[in-house]
Design a protein around this ligand. Structure first.
Ligand SMILES: [Zn+2]
Length: 230
């Protein structure tokens, strides 16, 4: 799933959420720009701040499981994959009905082209759909490039300007993170990068006349239905 039916819209997708020092600011920025986003939440993070899951839902954003632990679930056995997704979804389901069809993005986008993983996930939730992305903010690389706090804004601006020039942007699914989970050094700037990037991205989308909407599931008649896990 890479393109939305309406080229006047984009879907901001945020992986690895929610973190207590960035998520409230992101939600406020989204409100300020009348924008909606789709969050793929990590259970290991969400369990510590369930009130942020509730607040995200209350503000009209979509919330899906990104697994419990942030590991390559596609390299684990099917029982581990399903148990991990189910454990995270059980937590999210305390705050909103389980969506159907269910949109799935695994940690590190694992298994998105793997038939075995697709079959396993379809066994978990029939009709669930693996979602990919088009333009990426490449935000997991920004914090490691920063050596001083004042580096954050120009580094984020550079990525947003690149993204705004991407021909796939109209109707595109945009990838970003709430403080990406990775082992790269230089992670001390992650909170500032997440908030600054969201602000600059929303400002840029506004200038481009693109509205950020909740990522829709593919309709059965859409050509991109072929990405569905059926
Ligand atoms: Zn992730």
């Amino acid at each position: 799933m890479r393109q939305l039916p309406d080229a006047g819209t984009v879907a901001i997708t945020v992986d690895d959420a929610p973190m207590p020092d960035t998520m409230p600011a992101m939600l406020d920025l989204l409100d300020r720009h009348s924008a909606k986003a789709t969050f793929f939440m990590s259970g290991c993070r969400a369990v510590a701040v369930p009130e942020l899951v509730a607040e995200t839902v209350r503000r009209g954003h979509a919330v899906y499981a990104h697994g419990w632990d942030h590991v390559r679930l596609d390299r684990e056995g099917p029982q581990r994959l399903i148990a991990d997704m189910e454990r995270c979804e059980a937590l999210l389901a305390k705050h909103r009905p389980t969506p159907d069809p269910y949109l799935v993005r695994l940690p590190y986008n694992g298994g998105w082209r793997n038939d075995r993983i697709h079959r396993t996930l379809a066994g978990w939730r029939p009709g669930c759909q693996m979602v990919h992305w088009g333009p990426s903010t490449e935000d997991h690389m920004i914090s490691p490039r920063c050596t001083r706090p004042e580096d954050v804004e120009p580094e984020c601006r550079r990525e947003v300007e690149r993204l705004l020039a991407d021909p796939r942007l109209p109707g595109g699914v945009i990838l970003m993170h709430d403080q990406p989970i990775n082992e790269r050094p230089g992670g001390q700037f992650k909170p500032a990068v997440t908030i600054t990037l969201m602000r600059l991205l929303l400002e840029g989308l506004g200038r481009a006349g693109l509205a950020s909407v909740v990522l829709p599931a593919a309709a059965p008649t859409d050509w991109w239905r072929r990405f569905a896990l059926t």
